[in-house]
Write a protein of this length. Sequence first.
Length: 145
Amino acid sequence: MTLYFELHPRLQQDCIFIGRFELCRLLMMNDRHYPWFILVPEIPDIRECYQLAKPQRDLLIEESCYLAENLAWLYHADKMNIAAIGNLVPQLHLHHIVRYQIDNAWPAPVWGFAAASPYTEQQISTQLTLLRSALKHCQFDVPNL
């Protein structure tokens, strides 16, 4: 058991740090095929939602719903896919993927459909500008860890 929170190496490798909510770190999957964001509760050694204390579970649901609602509005989603799979990355994390009926993977899951296509620096900057306008409860001024 670790005494402090460490982000799983796979999430560090595949994602761009965006900011923090009260409980969760907000990441953006570095794949421009889909607006794809991940919430990671900053609690050490947690693999499942039920391992969180009830106030933390409640806060996770609040942050997830807040994120999903704002992403759906911001990106004009046809559907929000929210999932906590964790087979490759056992650390508790919730995927929030904006889906469109016209996206290449629709209606199938996005996992394994196509190789990731990383964002350019300009695209990352554009995404950050959009997110800052929509996510008022997110702290964006934290350095990339």
